[in-house]
Design a protein around this ligand. Sequence first.
Ligand code: NAP
Length: 216
Amino acid sequence: METKTAIIAGASGLIGRSLTQQLLKSNDYGQVIALVRKPMGLQHDKLSEVTVDFDGLENIQDFPKGDDIFCCLGSTMKKAGSKEAFYKVDFTYPYELAKAALSAGADRFFLVSAMGAKLKSRYFYNRVKGELEDKISFLNYRTIYIFKPALLRGKRGESRPGESFAKAITTIIPFFGPWKKYHPIHADKVADSMMKVAQQEDKGCYFYQSEIMRKM
Ligand SMILES: NC(=O)c1ccc[n+]([C@@H]2O[C@H](COP(=O)([O-])OP(=O)(O)OC[C@H]3O[C@@H](n4cnc5c(N)ncnc54)[C@H](OP(=O)(O)O)[C@@H]3O)[C@@H](O)[C@H]2O)c1
């Protein structure tokens, strides 16, 4: 059976870790390349970790060739430290990654965005995500899949008080009615949805809302 090569950026994150494990287990992928800024120390026959200077993606000459590119990169305003630094991780890196991978011959791009992403949003976070969705959707990939999760559930190695507070509130939202779309979604469920969608044969750009992923 012919297998594909997956390239994943953000493999050390909450969704990225889960997705990497699923990619390694999948028979559809014979090779998984994780682009990291520092080694994760994961050992698997199918896995290669490639240390990348994300600031240098624009001029990278030897970008690895992959079929499917999975982007789970992201930061928070608090972690990044400034709007400029946040923009770099949440817009510039994913966009330059998408362009570099396309030039290296990739067919499909899988982007983890966010539920509220909107080009004209009054919130900076959602605007940055919206700008990325917009720019990525114009790239000449055979297929682009954009996943828009609500607040993520899952075990983090760090505390995020703002997210914990929002999660405590949104968890009591019922699974029916107009607010149901704001229900938090587990990172594993997002990764699982991405793997299911990866089995489809589509052409064009497709969006997956949190509610749809929860039901997949
Ligand atoms: N948190 C939520 O509730 C939520 C909700 C909806 C959508 N999202 C979006 O979903 C996506 C994945 O979220 P997540 O919570 O799984 O992410 P995460 O756990 O915060 O992981 C982020 C990933 O991005 C990498 N990264 C961060 N800063 C970087 C930098 N300066 N240079 C290179 N790599 C960097 C991290 O690598 P290191 O390990 O090297 O730092 C890590 O692999 C993000 O785009 C996020 O905005 C999040």
